[in-house]
Design a protein around this ligand. Structure first.
Ligand code: UDP
Ligand code: GLC
Length: 477
């Protein structure tokens, strides 16, 4: 660990709430662990690796918030976008969001006062993360146009922030053109379970040639990236996502009369045992597993909240067919995509997460905990970083419909167990996964990067963020 931490000497922007000292220290950027010195990134541009000292003068010009160009590939409201939203709002005085496709995310950003623009290219939209083939080479002219466009748009900013992997590839390959410190917020587990070989190779090269800093949404995502790229563990800090406890966690909202009223307003049965699954319709999110499970729990109803956001309409249709075939269509409610997820969650008895592939984080899990509902989650990815089986939730093996049915039945028959788990989940969400903690840690990372870039006196920042053992223990438990 570096003897000095630049974050300690950095003039904080007024909109940042005070940071607990140990968190600030653990997420600061030691200058003696330069990414390019790790042998991961070509040595060109590497500096001497001298240690930044806490007693060094604070960067005089970097007084306000850094100007950040946030880039996101999607106009849809997926989890990665829902994470970017509060961060972009927090930084909205100087920063902007550039979307690479249009959709409701633009309206949300705009409504929250964030400056947002859209530059889309139809040839790139068709490329899917698990099916990238060499045929995607046809998209090369579109890719090149986007790379140049991003490089041009980045010029007036201090930093480029790439949200998710398609933005990574387009943004990173343009770094040589714009020369700005470039951060990638990793929301995916970059393994063969989720990505094709060609796509993984591209990600690896994008990180090598055009990323200065990464931040991962979980230990699981960080570990997969380390495995893919050979980055040292210290170069990949973990900042867990956060949930707005005030929106999800109001106690008064959980009285049974309020819940019944809410169910009626939402068109749900007032007195049935309701199991909710929240998430976009795509095979790996496992809605079909939840259907199989609910068929084994007489009287329980399944509420599927979400929709096919990225063209998976065939899967969405197959779920309706499956419900018919299983003879449970009258116990399955397709709610469609909902904006007020908190209200829908509070109407449930149990919330399940049924992903059959490792979940990179799983915002819906912490949202369910914040809403005071017992959550059953599928093992893998970040789930063990959030859920302790039998304490603040239940964990089942992915794809195991009969075990999921047993877990649902347990919570149905044993309301005391359900209540205890829900209460612990709610407490843990507030303590470990609040939106305030997330914003403090993310802004600290970004401000440290800006300060490091400024202090180095060169636009090409090459530092990495180090996570101490203590911070890893705290962040990932
Ligand atoms: N969500 C939503 N409306 C819906 C279903 C889901 O706003 O109808 C939100 C959900 O509340 C969560 C996000 O979509 O914030 C999904 O994020 P998660 O990390 O669970 O999964 P992702 O889709 O990003 O893989
Ligand atoms: C991605 C992941 C999801 C995560 C979200 C926000 O969409 O699939 O697990 O919660 O990003 O980080």
């Amino acid at each position: 660990m570096a003897a000095g931490l630049i974050g300690l000497g950095f003039a904080q922007c007024s909109y940042l709430s005070p940071m607990p000292t140990e968190t600030a220290a653990s997420l600061s950027i030691p200058a003696n662990t330069l990414l390019r010195d790790q042998g991961v990134v070509p040595a060109a541009g590497a500096r001497d690796g001298s240690t930044l000292r806490a007693d060094a003068p604070a960067p005089s010009q970097v007084q306000g918030e850094p100007r950040i160009l946030f880039i996101d590939q999607s106009g849809q409201l997926g989890g990665a976008e829902i994470c970017l939203l509060p961060l972009a709002v927090r930084c909205s005085q100087q920063s902007e969001v550039l979307l690479l496709s249009d959709g409701p995310f633009r309206d949300r950003l705009h409504a929250e006062g964030v400056k947002v623009s859209v530059e889309s290219d139809a040839r790139i939209q068709g490329i899917k993360k698990d099916r990238m083939k060499f045929g995607a080479l046809a998209a090369l002219p579109g890719i090149w146009r986007q790379v140049r466009m991003i490089a041009e748009r980045a010029k007036p900013f201090d930093m480029v922030f790439l949200n998710t992997q398609k933005a990574l590839i387009l943004g990173a390959f343009g770094r040589a053109l714009h020369g700005k410190p470039t951060v990638w917020h990793v929301h995916d587990i970059v393994s063969r379970e989720h990505f094709g070989r060609l796509h993984l190779t591209l990600i690896k090269w994008a990180v090598k040639v055009g990323v200065d800093h990464v931040v991962a949404n979980s230990r699981a995502s960080a570990d997969a990236l380390i495995e893919l790229t050979g980055l040292p563990r210290s170069a990949v800090p973990v900042v867990h996502n956060g949930v707005d406890m005030t929106r999800f966690g109001d106690d008064a909202d959980r009285a049974s009369a309020v819940i019944e009223h809410r169910r009626e307003a939402l068109g749900l049965p007032r007195n049935a045992f309701l199991v909710g699954l929240f998430g976009r319709f795509t095979h790996w999110k496992g809605q079909h597993v939840a259907l199989d499970a609910i068929a084994r729990v007489p009287d329980a109803h399944l509420v599927l909240v979400g929709d096919a956001l990225f063209g998976e309409t065939a899967y969405a249709q197959s779920l309706r067919t499956q419900a018919e075939t299983l003879g449970i269509a009258d116990r399955v409610h397709f709610a469609g995509f909902q904006h007020d997820v908190a209200a829908w969650m509070k109407a449930m008895d149990v919330i399940v997460h049924a992903s059959i592939q490792p979940e990179p984080f799983g915002l819906v899990i912490i949202e369910a905990m914040a809403a005071g509902k017992p959550v059953i989650a599928s093992n893998g990815g970040a789930v063990p970083e959030i859920v302790r089986h039998g304490e603040n939730g239940m964990i089942i093996e992915p794809g195991d419909a009969s075990k999921l049915a047993v877990a649902i039945n347990t919570l149905k028959r044993e309301p005391e167990i359900a209540k205890r788990i829900a209460a612990q989940g709610h407490a843990d969400a507030g303590q470990h996964f609040s939106i305030d903690r997330y914003l403090q840690q993310m802004t600290r990372v970004l401000f440290d990067i800006a300060a490091l870039a400024h202090r180095s006196g060169v636009p090409e920042t090459t530092g990495v963020i180090e996570n101490t053992a203590a911070s890893e223990a705290r962040l990932t438990r």
